[in-house]
Design a protein around this ligand. Sequence first.
Ligand code: FES
Length: 240
Amino acid sequence: MVDFERIADVTDYVAGEPLSVLIDDIPALIIELDGRYVAIEDRCSHDGQPLSDGLITEGTIECARHGARFDLATGAALCMPATEGIATFDLVIKDGGFWGRSRKAELVPAATASQVAAASASGTAANEPSAVSTTTTEPFEAPDEGVLIESLREVIDPELMINIVDLGLIYGVTLTEDKVNVEMTLTSPACPAGPQIIQQSKMALMRVPGINSADIKLVMSPPWTPERMTDEARDQLGIF
Ligand code: FES
């Protein structure tokens, strides 16, 4: 565990406004929550934009860009388009200052990922930031793109019961060394199955030999339309 470092004076805090600081070189915000202070990452997990001008209400912060909302206490993503949480930090007040430290050392990728998948499947919780880390130490063997796309066919949209490749949700798959980047969409921006689909996609990609990390970016433009489906998927849905 890293040591606490002094990050600001308590007098820097202006009531009702988030205080921008750096904790372990990570942009962060100190926010008052129910009479105590919390520190969250100042970076929306949807598209990397700052949260400093977000709307703070009832223990949450809402990104000013596209409306993703995060729990201030846990960093969990509470609604689309965010599918991953943001980091939170340890924070104490001592000697007239705020002292913070990163919680990176506490991340437990593999075990917690399955818990989050189960939670997403049951619709009971959004993703925790530590839980969606998918880095492993497998040796690198370059798979081809067809193998990666094939792995995504394992992921079934729970509402339409069709795999996400045949549904036309995959916009692009690129491989950089041992990391795969996927751009995908959902059948609707408010799709309640979004977090589950994203998490299962990551897990499917991570099962491909040679893949050590998978990053999935959700894009809403161009929007999905039924024309993106394969003929087989249309047949299954009775669309001609
Ligand atoms: S950048 Fe925050 S919701 Fe899109």
